[in-house]
Design a protein around this ligand. Structure first.
Ligand SMILES: Cc1ncc(COP(=O)(O)O)c(C=O)c1O
Length: 385
């Protein structure tokens, strides 16, 4: 059965069908915003495979790919055994495998809210209950530890951390990481760390990575090429396992069996991975600099507007706004009218399980003219009412 479209998506389709140009100022696909990994590096790396065309998969992923990923972490001060990596064809798949591994019917997993919108769908497929713990806007979108404590029970099986966060832009500080790991370790709960935005960290010093900072008893660190190298189409991600040997070994064993069942990773991209890491550094440096520039621009433009409130993002591609002015619409009505009147599409907080009814989500990955035009239109709209 076709899924019923929500009123916001219905509006989008209606306006687009009528020929109206809509600026989708929530989009997080780097390819749509002018970021493209150098094609020559990929062509060179793929050429060998296409000449040879053989198939020798490894359940965990090809060793040379896993060594390249371990090298990436080592350069950032995090020791990782290449044997403790499992390659997947997307972070959503990583989550699905982990949810299936860690929990069954009746169990629950603790996930932050606001949250990456696919968590609920993945949990439903894996037949696992997701319990939302709050991120607190009044604490710069920090973790509400009292809330985690309240939500957890004897059937909790893991706690998820998304840092840098989509959609709040918050990055868990060293202190938060220490507290979360101490809490999870005391309860024997593994930590699942979604770090797909770790290359886009705008804070001081280096990115606070739980695996390296606190060494949780059992930690699954997730990342991939989608955001890191602006290559969402090549579908390569990974799960890095770390922690106490006695806890890592059985988890690794079962994950390897799950991965072996599907062997879902495309071989040429696995073969190409060492070249991507070795030769992609200049691209990554430019890309990070440009994302940072757009983030700073968006922050400066939004700060000019006293009717908008937001916590300046410390990482990622997104920020979460609220309107500090009485408006004659609810969150959904606001998004629809903004799209109808100004052709600007922001996401409502409820797309991210945020039930407060007061938030809008914006991606600052858009190019400068779009960021300027979109934010000017948002301000115009707010002052019209
Ligand atoms: C927080 C977060 N995790 C995971 C993903 C999905 O990554 P992938 O493309 O590797 O499936 C996204 C995509 O936007 C995301 O925002």
């Amino acid at each position: 059965m076709a899924q019923q479209l929500n009123p916001i998506e219905q509006t989008h389709r209606r306006l687009t069908a009528a020929g109206k140009r809509i600026l989708r100022l929530y989009a997080g696909n780097p390819n749509d915003q002018g970021f493209h990994f150098p094609g020559e590096i990929l062509e060179r790396a793929y050429r060998d495979y296409f000449r040879r065309q053989d198939y020798r998969p490894h359940p965990k992923g090809l060793p040379q790919a896993r060594e390249a990923i371990a090298g990436y972490y080592a350069r950032q001060g995090a020791a990782l055994d290449p044997e403790h990596l499992i390659l997947t064809s997307g972070t959503s798949e990583s989550f699905f495998h982990l949810f299936s591994l860690l929990a069954g019917p009746g169990d629950n997993l603790l996930a932050p809210v606001p949250a990456y919108p696919l968590f609920d769908a993945i949990a439903e497929l894996a037949q696992v209950e997701l319990r939302h713990y709050a991120l607190r806007e009044d604490r710069a979108w920090g973790i509400d530890f009292e809330d985690i404590e309240r939500r957890a029970d004897a059937r909790s099986r893991a706690v998820i951390l998304v840092s840098p966060n989509n959609p709040t832009g918050a990055v868990a500080s060293r202190e938060e990481v220490a507290r979360l790991v101490a809490w999870a370790d005391a309860k024997d709960l593994p930590l699942i760390c979604d770090e797909v935005f770790s290359e886009f960290y705008f804070g001081p010093a280096s990115f606070p990575r739980p695996m390296a900072l606190q060494r949780p008893k059992l930690c699954f660190t997730l990342n991939g090429l989608s955001k890191m190298f602006a290559l969402p189409g090549l579908k390569l991600s990974w799960i890095a396992l770390s922690g106490e040997a006695a806890r890592v070994a059985p988890a690794l064993d079962r994950l390897e069996t799950i991965a072996d069942t599907f062997l879902s990773c495309h071989i040429p991209i696995q073969e190409a991975l060492p070249a991507l890491f070795a030769e992609g550094a200049p691209f990554l440096a430019d890309y990070r600099r440009e994302v940072r520039r757009r983030r700073d621009l968006a922050v400066a433009l939004l700060q000019e507007e006293s009717a908008l409130r937001f916590v300046p993002p410390q990482g990622g591609f997104y920020l979460t706004l609220s309107v500090a002015k009485e408006m004659p619409f609810d969150e959904e009505g606001f998004v629809i009218r903004l799209m109808e009147e100004e052709g600007v599409f922001l996401h409502p907080g409820y797309f991210y399980d945020d039930e407060s009814g007061t938030h809008l989500v914006l991606s600052f990955l858009a190019q400068e003219p779009e960021l300027r035009a979109g934010i000017a239109a948002l301000r115009r709209f707010i002052h019209r009412y």
